[in-house]
Design a protein around this ligand. Structure first.
Ligand code: ADP
Ligand code: MG
Length: 357
């Protein structure tokens, strides 16, 4: 008789809820790396060293020289919706940090084995913390360290066998997305003096760096470090000499010259930023690629477009958990302006090309 009763609506236990929702932030090696870099930058780090073993499947570790974490925060670190960055919804309009949702570390604890070695400026020695899958501190061990934090994520998805297998099979491809994320922060983070990435494809620790960025004097210099100095011959500055105060936004950046054939066959080097946040914005990219196609039908440009939106109340940065999608109230206006700027730029550079040939 019991079997005939319709299923009842039940409240799910806290841990079940937690596991069901965790997928929103740390869903891949690339998103774990993104969250780690954001946390280090938010902690005012100027030196970052990222190590990945087996393309991140076995280990993702970020060592920073940031502010470190104070002892009174140890127990809260791995808990969901625990953040030091905002205290109420209204703070979002003014938030200057990448993070504010307090989800990343707790999500990582569900998906992997997390340890944090940190030393706050006020502490005389570092502490190594190991977390369980609910984000509770399992152990604390004193450990020497300079001020800063090391977060280690081991065996991603080890409690999720289907995803673990899937990750292993596409880890190489996924790592190229991770590199793109790394580049996007390297381009925009002027505070960073040193950024090194080490990666291995098997389960041995990497021996030589994949990428080393040293202090750079300008955006141009950073691009040369990332993509090779030859890139400088083929990019042009996105000149925004409009000083209309009422316009509401400013543009800066670089884009491939159309006539140099310096573009790419894919859209893999296209970086957009709004108020220093790397974002995904399909309409904006489409606008840029459409104009470029008029001048070079065979390729996509390398593009770094940095937009500063002056009135922050016209932005919603909290549309998705990864904060890569943002809502911009005047997007169509921005697209129009970009169209005008790029058209002018490409026409000018085409003329130069014609004359010099
Ligand atoms: P959020 O970044 O949204 O606050 P996270 O889960 O990413 O949430 O991090 C939780 C908290 O842990 C942060 O608010 C911060 O106080 C602390 N934290 C995380 N990573 C670091 C780090 N590398 N250096 C210093 N503090 C950190
Ligand atoms: Mg964070």
């Amino acid at each position: 008789e019991d079997d005939l009763r319709p299923p009842e609506i039940r409240s799910l236990a806290g841990t079940t809820r937690h596991r069901l929702c965790a997928g929103q932030v740390c869903v891949s090696v690339a998103s774990c790396i993104k969250e780690l870099i954001e946390n280090s930058l938010d902690a005012n780090s100027t030196r970052l060293q990222l190590t990945c073993i087996a393309y991140g499947a076995d280990l993702i570790e970020l060592v920073d020289n940031g502010d470190g974490i104070a002892e009174h925060d140890f127990e809260k670190l791995g808990l969901r919706y625990h953040t030091s960055k905002i205290s109420q919804f209204e703070d979002l309009e003014y938030v200057n940090t990448y993070g504010f949702r307090g989800e990343a570390l707790s999500s990582m604890c569900i998906y992997a084995d997390v340890t944090i070695l940190t030393r706050h400026a006020s502490a005389s020695i570092g502490t190594k913390l190991a977390f369980d899958c609910e984000g509770q501190v399992m152990s604390r061990t004193p450990c020497p360290r300079e001020t800063g934090t090391t977060v280690s994520i081991r065996s991603l998805f080890n409690r999720f066998p289907v995803r673990r297998t899937e990750l292993r099979s596409r880890s190489k491809r996924e790592f190229s997305q991770a590199l793109n994320v790394i580049q996007s922060f390297a381009i925009i983070s002027r505070q960073v003096q040193f950024f090194q990435v080490l990666s291995s494809s098997d389960n041995h620790p990497p021996t030589s760096p994949l990428l080393t960025l040293t202090p750079s004097t300008s955006l141009k210099d950073t691009l040369a470090q990332l993509f090779g100095s030859k890139i400088l011959e083929s990019i042009i500055h996105i000149d925004d000499n409009n000083d209309d105060e009422n316009r509401g936004f400013k543009f800066d950046g670089f884009i491939s010259r159309p006539q140099h054939g310096s573009g790419r066959s894919s859209t893999d080097r296209q970086y957009l930023y709004v108020n220093s946040r790397p974002i995904d914005c399909a309409p904006l990219l489409r606008t840029i690629n459409d104009i470029y196609r008029h001048f070079n039908p065979n390729q996509y440009p390398l593009v770094v477009l940095i937009i500063e939106v002056l009135d922050r109340s016209t932005l919603d940065i909290n549309c998705t958990p990864d904060k890569r999608t943002i809502f911009i109230e005047h997007l169509s206006n921005i697209c129009d302006q970009i169209r005008t700027i790029l058209n002018k730029l490409f026409e000018k550079s085409s003329n130069v090309y014609v004359v010099s040939n």
